[in-house]
Design a protein around this ligand. Structure first.
Ligand SMILES: [Zn+2]
Ligand SMILES: [Zn+2]
Length: 90
C-alpha cells in the first residue's frame, strides 16, 4: 500500500492534527491555536488564561493585536503591528 498523502511538515499536534514546519512557531496544546512565535503566544496567554486570538485588542486603541494568516497548513496568528524596539526614547 502506498501512502497517499505524505506529510512534509516536521511537527504536528497529536490532538488536532495541525502541522507546521517552523521551529519557532508555537502551538497551544490547550486550545490548538497556532502562533508565529512566543510573542504572539504570550498575547494569547496574557493574564494567565487562554484568549481567543481574534479578540485580543489593545486596551486603548482597540486595535486587534493578532491577525490570522492563512497558510496551506492552517491559520497562523501573528502580531498585527511589528514595532521595532525604539519605543523607549527617553
Ligand atoms: Zn491556548
Ligand atoms: Zn493541536
Amino acid at each position: 500500500m502506498k501512502e497517499r498523502t505524505r506529510t512534509t511538515a516536521q511537527f504536528s499536534c497529536r490532538d488536532c492534527g495541525r502541522q507546521w514546519n517552523a521551529l519557532g512557531e508555537v502551538h497551544c496544546p490547550e486550545c490548538h491555536h497556532h502562533f508565529s512565535g512566543y510573542t504572539a503566544f504570550d498575547l494569547h496567554l496574557a493574564g494567565g488564561q487562554h484568549r481567543n486570538p481574534g479578540e485580543i485588542t489593545h486596551s486603548e486603541t482597540f486595535q486587534r493585536l493578532l491577525v490570522g494568516l492563512r497558510t496551506p497548513l492552517g491559520t497562523i496568528w501573528q502580531g498585527s503591528c511589528r514595532r521595532p524596539s525604539e519605543s523607549r526614547a527617553s
